[in-house]
Write a protein that binds this ligand. Structure first.
Ligand code: 1PR
Length: 559
């Protein structure tokens, strides 16, 4: 049993707080106790060196309603205003303010003056703000987050949010750091006494994030009440500071399925065909998922996506190996994990729903995933919305999961296939609402597929992108079956068409053959991230090589 003091966790049941548990444990505090009743909070007011950690995921009204439903609001306010040690993450910081534009009329805890309002997307800064940005320190002597904690290689923090709190004359005294995005400099962390709260996710910010959690917990559990001017020195504005810039993300995709022997392996399709060409046609086996994920984490990957590529066959709720894989990985990999494949209502043979998409997603979030990726179900949802004349009715998996966990938790994975058109076909395609583009001197449109590219639908990738953004997804992973596994680079024509159609972040996928293709896609398109599978799994290119090539061309990259 660890001698470390207990850490009390406030879990209101919406989102991936397993990562927070794992990060607190990695910081050396494995004794984590869940707060169950209001009395638990009140008791902590008189418990020496008590700490409450509140990881907020989802949306402001969901968080506040959950706190009210458990009668936590008044005791939590009293605990914090009474000088209790409190560490808030994301919504755990936003709820300290008076309210949020996300849900006008829903009061926050009202401890910090000011409200939270929405970013406005720009041509270079889509919303949500997702990825690795840096922070500007306004407290040179903070014991938790000061310039000395932001040395090269550890200066980035992982953000995923659409709302932010502006610095005002009334709240600037509690500001610890600020960050720049979408034309505004906003509060990225606050510090006052033993209250510390971050807009970014330290539990997803790699070793630098775990170190920050450790510094905070060491400070507040040691009984050191260093409150002298030295600790609270505040600098506004910070002299000669350059604006912070969101880095471009490098993501590893692990297509996962059982091989013919029943082992869960990382495989890789050649235009989605994962079987070897040799006789027998075994499932291509490129390694064990957890081992590859751990390797990518130590090599500096920015995010990892597990895709259950046979999900359209098996009911994912019984697919325990994938759930186990996520929970094993989340214990030691402190960067965002996305899980895709089979995120949809699960039905029995009679067609009755045995588990909703939200329940399936919840399984993954509770296993340690941060985002779920929806493929086939997103195509069907947009087609149904189209049949209703563009009217939403809240019954799609995108809407239900985004409502519960926030738009940032929902990625839509697009699997388009190119359709060449000429002559009258061009006008016919356009009449059907398909966006016809020019690629290599020829005209084409990109047709959506489902079930891993096995079935096509009369819907083009641009219409899908617009439709799922309207339904509330936070990010798009744009594959391209024609480019998949070819090693000739990403499909810039498709990517630019999608980026121009939406104001949410776009991840480029399919076709990376070398570091130069990452440089090309970031220089020639406005994608926020680029993903590879084959070249990483076959160890043809290292993550570090990709990032070095990007850095040499002046592309902002983490680490
Ligand atoms: O439809 O919601 O159940 O989700 C199924 C998910 O599985 C989708 O995200 C779909 O893209 C993916 N998927 C299904 N079948 C395959 C297959 O390969 N047979 N993989 C498959 C798609 C996308 C990337 C891929 C990149 C990079 N893979 O992971 O690896 O294209 O490849 P590269 O860098 O090697 O070129 P649902």
């Amino acid at each position: 049993m660890s001698s470390a003091p207990p850490i009390h966790l406030l879990d209101y049941g919406a989102g991936n707080i397993l990562s927070v548990r794992n990060a607190i444990t990695a910081a050396g505090y494995p004794n984590i106790i869940d707060i169950a009743t209001p009395e638990d909070i009140t008791l902590l007011m008189t418990t020496p060196n008590a700490v409450i950690v509140f990881p907020g995921v989802g949306n402001f009204d969901g968080a506040m309603n959950a706190l009210h439903a458990k009668s936590f609001v008044l005791p939590l306010k009293a605990y914090i205003e009474g000088g209790g040690s409190y560490f808030g993450i994301c919504l755990g910081m936003q709820t300290l303010f008076h309210g949020s534009d996300e849900c006008p009329g829903v009061p926050g805890l009202g401890i910090i003056p000011g409200t939270v309002d929405k970013f406005r997307p720009t041509t270079t800064d889509p919303v949500p703000h997702i990825g690795w940005n840096t922070v500007i320190s306004h407290r040179p002597n903070s014991q938790v987050l000061a310039p000395r904690h932001l040395e090269v290689g550890k200066e980035h923090r992982y953000f995923v949010h659409s709302y932010r709190a502006a610095v005002t004359a009334e709240n600037r005294d509690i500001v610890c750091t600020t960050t720049d995005y979408a034309g505004s400099r906003y509060i990225s962390s606050v510090e006052s006494g033993n209250v510390f709260a971050t807009q970014f996710h330290p539990e997803k910010s790699g070793a630098a994030g775990v170190d920050l959690i450790k510094r905070y917990l060491d400070k507040v559990t040691s009984g050191s009440k260093a409150t002298g001017e030295d600790v609270n020195t505040l600098q506004f504005p910070v002299p000669a500071i350059v604006p912070t810039v969101l880095s471009k993300r490098v993501i590893a995709a692990l297509d996962v399925r059982s091989n013919d022997q029943g082992d869960l392996v990382v495989t890789k399709g050649d235009q989605y065909d994962v079987r070897e060409k040799s006789e027998g046609g075994a499932v291509r086996n490129l390694g064990k998922p957890a081992a590859l994920a751990a390797r990518y984490y130590t090599s500096g990957i920015d995010e990892i996506a597990f895709l259950n590529i046979t999900s359209f066959r098996s009911a994912v709720l019984t697919d325990l190996p994938l759930l186990d894989l996520v929970s094993v990985t989340a214990k030691t990999v402190f960067v965002p994990l996305t899980v895709g494949g089979g995120i949809r209502d699960m039905k029995d043979a009679a067609g009755s729903i045995v588990a909703t998409a939200c329940e399936v997603a919840d399984k993954y979030f509770r296993a340690g995933a941060d985002k779920v990726s929806i493929g086939s179900d997103a195509v069907e949802a947009v087609l149904k919305m189209k049949e209703r004349g563009g009217v939403m009715n809240g019954d799609s998996s995108i809407e239900s999961i985004a409502k519960m966990y926030g738009v940032q938790a929902v990625v839509v994975s697009v699997d388009p296939k190119r359709v060449w058109v000429e002559g009258e076909e061009i006008e016919e395609a356009a009449k059907k609402g398909h966006t016809v583009v020019e690629e290599g001197g020829r005209k084409c449109w990109y047709q959506c597929t489902v079930a891993g590219g096995r079935e096509s639908r009369d819907l083009d990738a641009i219409a899908l992108a617009r439709g799922v953004e309207k339904l509330g997804c936070g990010e798009l992973m744009v594959n391209c079956i024609d480019n998949d596994g070819q090693g000739n680079g990403f499909n810039h024509v498709l990517l630019n068409a999608v980026v121009d159609a939406v104001s949410i972040p776009v991840i480029a996928s399919s076709g990376a053959g070398g570091a130069e293709h990452f440089v090309d896609v970031f220089q020639q398109t406005q994608v926020s991230a680029a993903l590879a599978a084959g070249i990483f799994h076959r160890e043809e290119v290292a993550v570090g090589e990709v990032k070095e090539a990007m850095r040499e061309k002046g592309i902002k990259v983490r680490g």
